[in-house]
Unconditional design. Structure first.
Length: 309
């Protein structure tokens, strides 16, 4: 599995390096502006470098499933039920437009371990207009940047990655599509052959500003490291979240829930994939996993115990 993930990362790196610097800014007056983000050349290069970086044996994970589907986004549209395009929610079963750290902490999860009460969400996938729930979501926490100094994400931290309003594959380097068991990857949907399944890797940033749990665009308090250490503006390294989402589909006819010209749609292209994270882990358990797995340099299972050195 690790070998396949490294191959996929390398394939994605080649693609983005060939198209870096072709982003296009556009204005959105509908209230969906937080879904749009233009990555700079430096940010694209940092994302590519992290995706291609060899895994250092510094990792733990949570195994989750789709818990529900609804037109809510508690980060971008807090308290506005039904305002967002349709999202697939993973983990915390109570997540909705009004979710807070307190409400999630009082809820339940379908993740293993049960101590991960966080909510993760991405746009719903459709095949020929029919929504498809993922068969599995693996949330990797990886020691990509300065792993010996990495700290646990603070409770209540929230942020968004990807570009839901991208107009071309070059505008969204954080996500890459592939087919299970195959090395090829791309920024748009893959037409997976019979006998395999569609999957997506979504990479989150690894550096925090050390102060803010959120920011006006839900991104600026986090950064992708351009090298082995975090920049001075975001000096605190945290484990990288990587969502590996697998759907029980292959072939064509794929689309995403999304937004176009201020209207929520279900036919958005694959290069608009994006994701959100609201951290509600049990604080002690998350810190233990970061210390025992990330800082110590071990690959751990869902129980936070080393399974290989």
């Amino acid at each position: 599995m690790n070998r396949i993930r490294r191959l996929l990362a390398g394939a994605g790196a080649v693609l983005v390096l060939a198209t870096a610097g072709c982003t296009t800014a556009r204005t959105d007056h509908s209230g969906h502006a937080a879904h749009q983000y233009t990555y700079t050349k430096a940010q694209q290069a940092a994302i590519v470098a992290q995706a291609a970086a060899p895994l250092r044996g510094s990792e733990f994970r949570a195994d989750c499933f789709s818990s529900h589907r609804r037109g809510d986004d508690p980060i971008v549209f807090p308290g506005q039920a039904g305002r967002s395009h349709i999202h697939e929610f993973y983990g915390n079963r109570t997540a909705n437009a009004s979710s807070t750290l307190q409400s999630l902490a009082a809820g339940t999860t379908n993740c293993t371990p049960q101590t991960d009460l966080s909510s993760y969400w991405t746009p719903t996938l459709y095949q020929n207009g029919v929504p498809v729930a993922p068969e599995r979501v693996t949330v990797y926490y990886q020691g990509i940047t300065d792993h010996t100094r990495a700290v646990a994400h603070p409770r209540g931290l929230r942020y968004v990655v990807g570009n839901a309003l991208a107009t071309g594959p070059e505008q969204n380097p954080a996500a890459r599509w592939s087919c299970v068991g195959r090395p090829e990857s791309g920024r748009d949907f893959m037409n997976c052959p019979p006998g395999t399944r569609l999957e997506n890797y979504l990479d989150f940033p690894t550096c925090w500003d050390g102060r803010n749990l959120d920011s006006p665009n839900h991104r600026d308090h986090m950064a992708y490291a351009a090298g082995p250490s975090c920049p001075a503006s975001h000096p605190v390294p945290v484990p990288r979240l990587e969502l590996l989402i697998t759907w029980p589909v292959n072939g064509g006819g794929m689309s995403l829930a999304g937004t176009r010209n201020g209207t929520n749609v279900t036919d958005a292209p694959g290069y608009t994939f994006h994701g959100d994270f609201l951290n509600a882990w049990d604080e002690g358990e998350l810190r233990r996993r970061v210390a025992d797995c990330i800082n110590a340099g071990y690959v751990c299972g869902t129980d936070g115990r080393p399974i290989q050195q």
